[in-house]
Design a protein around this ligand. Sequence first.
Ligand SMILES: O=C[C@H](O)COP(=O)(O)O
Length: 255
Amino acid sequence: MTPGIRPLVAGNWKMNGLGASLDELSRIAQGFMHGLDAETEALICVPDTLLSRAVERTKGTPVRIGAQNCHTAESGAHTGDVSAEMLRDAGAKYVIVGHSERRTDHKETDELVRAKAEAAWRAGLEAILCIGETRDQRDAGQALQVLSRQVAGSVPRTATGHNLVLAYEPVWAIGTGLTPTVGDVAAAHAHIRGELSKLIGDQAARIRILYGGSVKPSNARELLSIENVDGALVGGASLKASDFLAIAEAYQQLP
Ligand SMILES: O=C[C@H](O)COP(=O)(O)O
């Protein structure tokens, strides 16, 4: 946790969820309506096909809806792509950019990720920008170096605490049940804050840095209590309302 920063617990449904999964979303929204601390911001990033319906389901609740990717252009001849403006039009408030699955599957570079963050801002969305090292990079002792390169290459210099959230997701921890040690998470987050500070100065202290990678109810409290961890980006466990709510509750119970 970082004093003075509102924590964010965000779910990323990835390419999961048909209409029926909106019932889980309704349960999440109910959980935040009744009993969960309003100090913790809640967000679910759904597939584009569910955006409008998800916004409808969460209307009047504290849960916000986001998307998982956007094109850099506002409109044009880009078959199959969706612009940040279109996501905003459908009711999204956030968009994830540079998730490692997109960096790998679609060969997204730091430069492209930076352009997507800027496209998100042009449309009035907040960007959740993902960075993180692979297993090989960690084993080679290059994790912090990789994070430095990704921050310098993909974070626009106009980033502020109002338009950017950073997510540290070690690639090897995503969907594997593995997590870094508390010491490694603390070192990575402190390093990211330092690199942000070199890039954007004082605003670095205002930017939320989420941890992502196999967050579940049983490890949420430990992970979320680490210094400079300002919330979580949750994949698999965000598909089940009871798990997602338990993760958010873990945050609420921190001293
Ligand atoms: O965006 C979320 C992350 O990729 C984490 O996924 P996971 O919680 O299933 O490991």
